[in-house]
Design a protein around this ligand. Structure first.
Ligand SMILES: Nc1nc2c([nH]c(=O)n2[C@H]2C[C@H](O)[C@@H](COP(=O)(O)OP(=O)(O)OP(=O)(O)O)O2)c(=O)[nH]1
Ligand SMILES: [Mg+2]
Length: 129
């Protein structure tokens, strides 16, 4: 199975994190996600994430640091998630593509319905902060 490389942004403001709901027709539809998307040929992870966060939530990244890389195999798809912690940005995040979104407190992260690969992301957030 081909592996899809995805840049994922953990957008943080104080002890809260900006999350979006994936549309029903998408892979892992109906689950919450950290915004992001596929890394295109010739892009770095940082460039891909900056493009995706502009398109999806209307912000520009000012400062980010690598948080974790996760390779995960779903039954129908193999993904490599390169996750960056986005701690400075300009603009106010919103659901630019009409998606449901919210700020989740750090204490809620363990109870949110994320795709399976995100268990390791949530662990990394809780370990780091
Ligand atoms: N953005 C994001 N994707 C995640 C997370 N967890 C997780 O398993 N994924 C998976 C689901 C998808 O298979 C893949 C993201 O790819 P995608 O198809 O949504 O990428 P995209 O935003 O470029 O979408 P598209 O416009 O190409 O349809 O990564 C997460 O927290 N955020
Ligand atoms: Mg996306």
């Amino acid at each position: 199975m081909k592996q899809v490389h995805v840049a994922v942004g953990v957008v943080r403001r104080e002890s809260t994190f900006f999350i979006c709901k994936r549309a029903d027709h998408q892979h892992q539809g109906g689950k919450w996600e950290f915004p992001g998307g596929k890394v295109e040929t010739g892009e770095t992870v940082e460039q891909a994430l900056n493009r995706e966060l502009r398109e999806e939530i209307g912000i520009s990244i000012t400062a980010s640091t690598p948080l974790i890389e996760i390779a995960h195999e779903y039954t129908e798809k193999r993904v490599l998630l390169s996750v960056l912690l986005v701690h400075k940005f300009s603009g106010e995040p919103f659901g630019k593509e009409g998606q449901i979104h919210r700020w989740a407190d750090i204490g809620e992260l363990n109870d949110i319905d994320f795709p399976d690969a995100n268990v390791a992301i949530v662990e990394a957030i809780l370990d780091t902060l």
